[in-house]
Write a protein that binds this ligand. Structure first.
Ligand code: ADP
Ligand code: MG
Length: 366
């Protein structure tokens, strides 16, 4: 999506397959006959679309001086221990946690945080993978047995109190190399089994104080990392307070709605930032629902008859829980958005869209 958004600007994007360091076309995935070293030499800028980059590769591109955001920002997003330390240093509210490097420390964590816990591998987790939930203390011995098979000294656990938050929000914003910042509005995110299914943007019921709070947190993080590019901050909202869940030093799934719902999409703005171009307007052009297509095979395209329905199909091999694409639904207001979602529900294999109808009903009642 980054490559597609660069095309009209005359920005050509090539990708590195981090498994074998081959250069590939980011859209067709065809191998491009060029070496990694030559490409690093030739290009104007280097960036990442996910944070779990092998360390040797990261060091190599860091050495070129062309990497944006910085290696520090990428490593912080890739490692929950670093992330928590940064949040603490900047005194940014986040979820109460303990760092655990030995399963025997879990008893003390339960004493401190309570028996309802979310336990997260500090590296290489995504979409709820690398996470375990403890609902009551009696399940702890079984969980300890499971976790004792991991090398916790190499990859410590972040043990978090399971929060009973009101909702999940995220702020996607972009910072230029000059330090200009453009914010998209907060998006409301609905997860199912640890995985993002629906984002509504702008999030309903956000007052000035709440968006100000989110933007101030973004500023602190982005400025301390001297960040260049799109950065996403995930929040839990409890009452009027935002707690940071995690940060993502890249374009983010909860920003995919910007492809149709904003003047300049997150992908274009990321490219503009890393190429040193002026940032584009983040003005909302219509309320948008981003609906992830998860784990299902291809289907007929008849839903495209729905006004405001846009499909982005990634062309990946289907796998359980794999993100295969997304819909962006645009409408003039939330009620219409609800109706558009209900219309979509008639066309898709609904078992793969467990949040769609309930979320539509909620929007209709706003
Ligand atoms: P990932 O890297 O998989 O996105 P997250 O830390 O964002 O990992 O967790 C995924 C989801 O799990 C969150 O969006 C949220 O729905 C839920 N979750 C994570 N941490 C907590 C917590 N401490 N309390 C309650 N729910 C949580
Ligand atoms: Mg997350």
């Amino acid at each position: 999506m980054m490559a597609l958004s660069g095309y009209p600007l005359g920005i050509s994007v090539q990708a590195v397959d981090v498994v074998d360091n081959k250069i590939v076309d980011p859209v067709t995935k065809h191998i491009i006959n060029n070496s990694l070293d030559r490409v690093i030499e030739e290009v104007n800028a280097i960036t990442v679309e996910f944070e779990s980059i092998p360390e040797d590769l990261l060091e190599l591109v860091h050495g070129s001086g062309k990497l944006k955001p910085s290696v520090e920002a990428i490593l912080t997003g890739a490692d929950r221990v670093r992330e928590k330390k940064l949040l603490e240093k900047l005194e940014i509210a986040n979820c109460p946690f303990e760092i655990v490097t030995d399963v025997e420390e879990l008893d003390a964590a339960v004493d401190k945080l309570g028996e309802k816990l979310i336990i997260k591998a500090s590296r290489d987790g995504y979409d709820g993978y690398g996470q375990w939930r403890l609902q009551n203390q009696s399940d702890l011995p079984e969980l300890k047995l499971k976790l004792s098979k991991l090398n916790l000294h190499k990859v410590p656990l972040i043990v978090e109190k399971m929060l009973n938050f009101d909702r999940e929000l995220s702020l996607v914003a972009v910072r230029s190399s000059k330090g200009d910042i453009a914010y998209y509005p907060l998006a409301e995110n609905l997860h199912y089994q640890g995985q993002l299914h629906v984002s509504i943007a702008p999030a309903p019921k956000v007052d000035e104080a709440l968006s100000q709070q989110a933007q101030e947190i973004f500023n602190k993080l982005a400025e301390s990392l001297d960040y260049v590019g799109v950065l996403a901050v995930e929040f839990f909202q409890i009452g009027e307070q935002l707690l940071v869940n995690e940060i993502a030093p890249r374009v983010h799934n909860s920003g995919h709605w910007t492809m149709q719902g904003s003047d300049t999409c997150q992908f274009e703005n990321h490219l503009r930032a890393v190429r040193g171009l002026p940032l584009g307007s983040t003005k909302v052009t219509s309320p948008t629902a981003m609906i992830n297509i998860i784990g299902c095979k291809d289907f007929a395209r008849d839903m495209l008859s729905i006004p405001g329905c846009h499909l982005h199909w990634y062309g990946k091999t289907p796998r359980k829980k794999r993100k295969m694409g997304h819909f962006n639904l645009c409408a003039d207001n939330y009620a219409e958005l609800g109706n558009t979602m209900l219309a979509l529900a008639e066309y898709v294999p609904i078992e793969y869209f467990p949040m769609l109808k309930d979320e539509a009903a909620r929007l209709l009642k706003l």
